[in-house]
Ligand binder design. Structure first.
Ligand code: ZN
Length: 157
């Protein structure tokens, strides 16, 4: 049975650490994947990175067309020159929203949950989620990149 995990919040130092690669599949990782999917579904969010549930490994779950994309060791291999700005929030920063400029299109290379190589190109919202979640694996939060905080600025002090 998978379980809903507690989401780490803004001041938790794990959100500022660089997560480590997953070398191979293990029962622990498989359980973690299922628990993260459960946690993301419960949260109503569109993406979740392992540091957000207090695990310093390179694993993200991204909602795409009612599917859960499971990406291990994701890396952006291509990005569009074109960028666009849109409003973002984060499960680790409840009540905070802001506009962030991101590449409009990115290609991500990763391992899927069977540890097979996959490559996915995302545009628009999907590209934005990829960049937001991969940032989490490098200790970067959207508020670091935001050019305008629209809500919850006081919560960042
Ligand atoms: Zn986030």
């Amino acid at each position: 049975m998978s379980k809903i995990l507690e989401i780490t919040k803004f001041k938790n130092p794990i959100l500022r650490q660089k997560a480590v690669d997953i070398k191979k599949l293990s029962t622990d990782i498989e359980v973690l994947i299922d628990d993260m999917i459960e946690t993301l579904n419960d949260s109503g969010g569109v993406g979740l990175a392992a540091p957000q549930i207090d695990k310093g490994v390179r694993l993200i779950i991204v909602k795409h067309k009612d599917k859960d994309l499971v990406l291990l060791n994701p890396e952006i291999t291509k990005k569009s020159w074109k960028k666009n700005s849109d409003e973002e929030g984060c499960l680790s920063l409840p009540g905070v929203n802001g506009f962030v400029r991101r590449h409009s299109k990115v290609t991500v290379k990763a391992k899927n949950r069977n540890f097979k190589d996959v490559e996915i190109t995302g545009r628009g919202l999907l590209a934005r989620i990829f960049q937001h979640e991969i940032d989490h694996l490098n200790g970067v939060l959207f508020v670091d990149r935001a050019h305008k905080i629209t809500e919850g600025k006081d919560l960042l002090d």
